[in-house]
Design a protein around this ligand. Structure first.
Ligand SMILES: Cc1cc2nc3c(=O)[nH]c(=O)nc-3n(C[C@H](O)[C@H](O)[C@H](O)COP(=O)(O)OP(=O)(O)OC[C@H]3O[C@@H](n4cnc5c(N)ncnc54)[C@H](O)[C@@H]3O)c2cc1C
Length: 507
């Protein structure tokens, strides 16, 4: 008997796979998630920033995670070599989570199953035959072949295959993935305990310490137990020749000052183990019926502590793309393009952020480990959304001049700027890609996506109404009659920006 194809088959049960499965199942789609057996003694302790909460909320997972027994963290402490200590609490007293990934992943998988996804553990995917590749007529379904721990073989079909297999990249390695040759990183990790506590000002903090040819990093997972990992580059770090993993690890810890001191009198509970942390990305993150999600598409430097957040955000976007494609075929291509664009933007923003950190470390350590990384991206490169940053717009001379012109005018005639276009562009709701009208100008916003709202002001409606009124207060009244209420200062600010950017001109 041939069973119906699933809406989605998901390869991998890390954060990306579990989140995509939970969302799609809760939106009414049939989902099978296949995930292989892993050695959980090699699971890492990882830090999740407070901003993950929005994604947990979207997943309906916040309560379960807060009750999951994970340590909460109030911030980070960074030592720049033997130099300064930087202690940074999360903004507004927010807290993040310090998780043992095996426990965190297991919790997310339970949530995926409770939403109705079929979760198959111990399932190793061996092959994927993509519908887009077979070119045969008929319904576009792909086939995923997997083996289970009892040595049996299985095949399953689906309209969408989501590669959430992390570094393995079951589909991603078929020509999508590009390695970043400047950043080869090996992580050596071990867990430590200290029965009398760590004597730190705030024992919940993630600790980071740079040294000449590497960096070390520590995540507490209980008040007495923590992971301590060293990040080295086998090409540039002096690993002391061909030695065993224990002596290599100890040699690196010996290069630190603060962490070495912290570990004096502590017990290492595990033999250190290694895992690859080298960077890669994909220029295209999928095709018809297939998406590369989370680490399958790109890996960002662990320094950022944003890998899990990025994986969850990627999973949400992938679920939106699948849902849109299955419910509104006409938007399938637009949704796929949006997926790749967003994934690349997130990856590029992260590279810019870590390059800034590496440049700071390179100024201090002047070693190829750091200078190579500092040269990998351009920290001063264009930030796509920077020019819709409200704080910057408030200081923009042209915006301030437009504001003064509006304030001084008793009467004002406004018309649309000659170069303004109003075009339908893809936008995201919680579940769908939709087309929405946006203002598009040749140079603003620089990301070319167009803009609809500025501080809740609907710019398209404002541009349509503006030519009909000669007094700003009348225009404001007309606007609030048609759109949700906004404050007068925000309204005047938005009008000033439209004038400064040439979307409106004074006649
Ligand atoms: C040293 C290090 C430290 C890090 N520290 C942090 C941190 O502090 N904070 C943070 O947010 N991020 C951190 N990260 C990044 C984070 O681990 C990843 O970004 C995150 O795990 C990505 O999730 P994912 O679901 O995309 O992939 P993964 O978590 O890698 O999940 C992939 C899943 O696919 C399964 N799989 C693979 N191949 C197959 C197959 N053929 N068949 C079936 N299943 C398969 C795997 O078993 C796994 O369950 C760190 C990474 C490293 C290497």
């Amino acid at each position: 008997m041939v069973s119906e194809p699933f809406d989605a088959v998901i390869i991998g049960g890390g954060p990306a796979g579990a989140a995509a499965a939970r969302l799609l199942a809760s939106w009414g789609h049939s989902v099978r998630l296949l995930t292989r057996t892993v050695d959980h003694t090699r699971s890492l302790g990882e830090s999740l920033p407070p901003s993950c909460e929005k994604l947990f909320d979207l997943l309906g997972a916040t309560d379960a995670i807060n009750n999951g027994g994970f340590l909460t963290s109030t911030g980070n402490t960074v030592w720049w070599g033997e130099g300064t200590t930087r202690t940074a609490a999360f903004v507004d007293g927010a807290t993040g989570w310090q998780v043992v990934r095996h426990d965190f992943d297991a919790l997310l998988l339970r949530l995926a199953a409770s939403a109705g996804a079929q979760v198959v553990r111990g399932a190793l995917v061996r092959d994927v035959r993509l519908a887009s590749a077979n070119g045969r007529p008929g319904p576009a379904v792909s086939t995923v072949e997997y083996g289970t721990d009892d040595q049996s073989r299985h095949e399953v079909q689906a309209s969408f295959v989501l590669d959430c297999s992390g570094r393995t990249g079951v589909v991603a390695r078929r020509g999508y993935r590009v390695a970043d040759p400047t950043q080869t990183t090996l992580a050596l990790a071990a867990t430590w305990t200290r029965p009398d506590g760590w004597g730190l000002a705030d024992a919940s903090h993630t600790l980071v310490e740079t040294y000449a040819d590497g960096w070390a990093w520590s995540v507490p997972v209980t008040p007495l137990r923590r992971y301590v990992t060293v990040m080295v580059d086998p090409r540039t770090t002096d690993l002391g020749g061909d030695r065993g993993v224990i002596s290599r690890y100890e040699r690196e810890i010996g290069k630190t000052a603060a962490l070495r001191g912290l570990l004096e009198g502590a017990t290492r509970n595990t033999v250190p183990w290694g895992c690859d942390a080298s960077l890669y990305h994909a220029d295209v993150c999928g095709g018809p019926g297939v998406l590369l999600v989370g680490d399958a598409a790109s890996f960002i430097d662990p320094l950022s502590s944003y890998g899990v957040k990025k994986a969850l955000a990627s999973a949400w976007l992938a679920a939106v793309v699948v849902h849109t494609s299955l419910t509104n075929v006409s938007l399938a291509g637009v949704a796929l393009d949006l997926f790749t664009t967003r994934e690349r933007e997130i990856h590029d923003a992260s590279v810019r952020q870590s390059t800034t950190f590496f440049a700071e470390a390179a100024a201090r350590h002047l070693h190829p480990f750091w200078t190579g990384r500092a040269g990998a991206g351009d920290p001063a490169g264009p930030e796509p959304a920077a020019d819709v940053d409200i704080a910057r717009l408030r200081e923009d001379a042209a915006v301030l001049a437009a504001f003064e012109a509006l304030r001084g005018a008793r009467q004002i005639g406004l018309r649309r700027g000659d170069r303004l276009r109003i075009e339908a562009r893809p936008a995201l709701t919680t579940r769908e890609v939709v087309l929405e009208e946006r203002l598009v100008l040749p140079t603003w916003p620089a990301d070319g996506h167009g803009i609809r709202f500025l501080r809740d002001i609907d710019l398209v409606r404002l541009v349509e109404l503006a030519p009909e009124y000669e007094q700003v207060p009348d225009l404001f009244e007309a606007y609030v009659r048609r759109c949700p209420p906004v404050s007068l200062p925000d309204f005047l600010g938005a009008l000033s920006v439209l004038l400064a950017k040439g979307a409106l001109v004074i006649t």
